[in-house]
Design a protein around this ligand. Structure first.
Ligand SMILES: NC(=O)c1ccc[n+]([C@@H]2O[C@H](COP(=O)([O-])OP(=O)(O)OC[C@H]3O[C@@H](n4cnc5c(N)ncnc54)[C@H](OP(=O)(O)O)[C@@H]3O)[C@@H](O)[C@H]2O)c1
Length: 229
């Protein structure tokens, strides 16, 4: 039985990963920006008795510090899943203004860094010693296709953060990976996406279990296929 902390767990892939983990017997610390509105997490907690819901906005350092203070448990797997996608357009997309860049980069790049920094002592206290950053194949430079600039740049940045954390934390025995969850039917992925949240979450959890000091720094998808940087 592991303890797994998942950010952005109130809906989408994060919620599905919380369900997979709780149903297999793990203890889940599930974070949400607004726990009082996280009805699906409350129901999962009621159903399984294995989910603790805590507040976290990954862009707010006070919120990150408050989560760390409210988390005395050792964390075996830290999953940085919270993310935003503002718009799919190109250079002329009006939604790609400075505020959007700030929001997307803060959430998708700085968020995993700040949460890792605050929670690292809890991860080092655990036996799993794994950190998983949910990035995207849209962050692969090999697949650059001239659109969704803030999101693509942010997900490339998230992989870069994962790679640097893997290097810095290797001597401390903590493994770090970056993951593409597939194109998933969520609010972000849309109803026409390829796979269900269940398939993505099940695959991602298997990949997190497989992460080791031998594979630290990996960038792979939910099936274990390597994604080019
Ligand atoms: N769906 C896909 O096809 C797909 C593909 C590739 C990668 N991804 C990545 O997979 C992850 C999950 O995506 P999803 O499809 O499940 O997205 P989603 O349904 O839009 O859910 C996003 C989650 O992130 C949370 N979040 C956003 N900003 C936050 C912040 N500042 N602090 C804390 N939590 C915040 C949201 O909370 P609120 O409810 O409060 O907004 C929500 O729980 C993201 O990192 C995404 O980029 C998704």
């Amino acid at each position: 039985m592991a303890t797994i902390l998942i950010t952005g767990a109130n809906r989408g892939i994060g919620l599905a990963m919380a369900r997979v983990a709780a149903l297999r017997g793990d203890l889940v610390i599930a974070t949400a920006r607004h726990p009082e509105q996280a009805g699906a997490l409350a129901a999962l907690s009621e159903e399984t008795g294995r989910v603790s819901v805590r507040a976290l906005d990954v862009t707010d350092e006070a919120s990150v510090a408050a989560l760390a203070a409210a988390t005395p448990e050792a964390v075996d797997i830290l999953v940085l899943n919270a993310g935003v996608l503002n718009s799919y357009g190109g250079l002329s997309d009006a939604a790609h203004g400075a505020d959007a860049w700030r929001d997307v980069l803060m959430t998708n790049v700085a968020g995993p860094f700040l949460v890792t920094r605050a929670l690292l002592p809890r991860v080092e206290a655990g036996e799993g010693r794994r950190i998983a950053i949910v990035s995207s194949i849209m962050g692969s430079n090999a697949g650059a296709s001239g659109n969704a600039y803030p999101y693509r740049a942010s997900k490339a940045g998230a992989v870069n953060v994962a790679r640097n954390l893997a290097a810095e934390l290797k001597p401390r025995g903590v493994a770090v990976g970056a993951y593409h969850p597939g194109w998933v039917r969520t609010d972000m992925g849309g109803g026409g996406a390829d796979i269900s949240v269940e398939e993505s979450a099940d695959g991602l959890m298997r990949r997190f279990d497989a992460l080791s000091m031998a594979t630290t720094g990996v960038f792979e998808d939910y099936r274990g296929m390597m994604v080019p940087f």
